[in-house]
Design a binder for this molecule. Structure first.
Ligand code: 3HC
Length: 311
């Protein structure tokens, strides 16, 4: 009996074939990808806000240049991802409007305040470190344009993580006050960084289907565990204490056991009730309004150029 389109599609997925924009794909696959890629892109551009606040306050020219480069990279990551989303038929304008209308999600981590320079170091070290663990796995996602965007993004993320870890190293090996500042940043960002990987597998809404379609290659808990295992030795090198009294190496498992995540906090933040949700969306709205004239001018120029070409 002839295989259905869905069966042939799943066969291609199982055979590790990349799905390209013009290939047949179930509507649910398309919708799932638009959802995830849009949120990923929103996370990149909202993630520019907490760090952007510190470009003028960086302690040295070298730190300012590195942070400026990182924030510009994040804008580029957003562009790659919005472009990958558009190949699935979702308009960028519509998606950006959903973001500023508060109808779209972006990573919970960016709803926490960055009140000290050490927070910028901890973001690079922990947030970009977590993003690398998640995005390295996504380089093998079944949707071609998303996988290819990840390869480029991962190369730049490793610089982001390194510059953050270097900031934390200078502070942790600096004066007592600097080390204290680094410890406060670790205390603030550690648990929200673990929440970046999403709910636990038993509570994940999309994981089962996303794993079947190889949109996801590893589960939320697997990636979270990999991040903890990588990061604990780094904190030890810094001489900083991870704020988790249940953290301890489990020889039998070959992994670190760690404490219970505050899921109430997680769901409050993703519902819009985090410390900075309103501030982030207000800043995003203002950027969109202030940038409207640039967009209009660029589109008008492109239109005129196209007419001249056609004449
Ligand atoms: N923040 C906000 N929402 C989250 C979340 C988080 N940390 N974790 C999960 N959610 C949402 C999901 O979007 C989903 O809601 P939805 O149905 O409205 O979309 C719900 O919680 C249930 O979670 P699931 O586990 O079922 O959702 P997913 O299968 O989508 O898994 C994910 C969540 C692991 C974040 C996955 O979407 C993913 O891998 N996304 C791509 C990577 C990404 O977005 N990373 C964000 C950080 S990007 C970044 O850090 C930039 C760097 O340069 C600093």
């Amino acid at each position: 009996m002839a295989k259905s389109l869905e069966e042939k599609f799943q066969q291609s997925i199982d055979a590790e074939q990349k799905i390209e924009p013009k290939d047949y794909m179930p509507d649910a696959y398309r919708r799932n990808l638009i959802r995830q890629i849009a949120q990923h892109a929103h996370s990149e551009i909202i993630g520019m806000l907490p760090e952007g606040n510190w470009i003028t306050r960086a302690p040295t020219l070298r730190r300012k240049v590195a942070l400026l480069a990182k924030v510009q990279d994040e804008a580029g990551h957003g562009l790659y991802l919005y472009s990958a989303m558009e190949t699935l038929g979702k308009s960028r304008d519509e998606s950006l409007q959903e973001l500023i209308d508060g109808k779209a999600k972006y990573s919970s981590i960016f709803n926490y305040p960055t009140t000290s320079w050490a927070d910028i170091g901890a973001i690079g070290w922990l947030v970009d470190g977590a993003a690398i663990v998640n995005q390295v796995a996504l380089q093998r996602t079944s949707y071609g344009p998303y996988a290819r965007a990840m390869v480029r993004i991962c190369k730049e993320e490793s610089f982001h993580q390194r510059q953050g870890f270097e900031i934390m190293t200078s502070l942790a090996k600096g004066t007592a006050e600097q080390k204290e500042m680094a410890q406060r940043a670790l205390n603030k960002i550690w648990w929200p960084a673990l929440m970046m990987f999403g709910p636990s597998d038993k509570d994940s809404v999309h994981s089962a289907q996303s794993l079947k379609w190889k949109i996801k290659r590893q589960s939320n808990d697997e990636l979270r565990q990999a991040f903890v295992d990588i990061t604990v030795p780094q904190a030890e090198f810094l001489g900083l204490t991870i704020p988790d009294k249940d953290l301890k190496w489990n020889e039998k498992r070959g992994h670190y056991d760690f404490g219970q995540i505050n899921w109430e906090e997680f769901y409050q933040v993703i519902k819009g009730n985090g410390p900075c949700n309103k501030e982030r969306l207000a800043a995003r709205r203002k950027a969109q309004e202030n940038g409207e004239w640039v967009k209009k001018a660029a589109l008008a120029y492109a239109e005129k150029h196209k007419k001249q070409q056609a004449a």
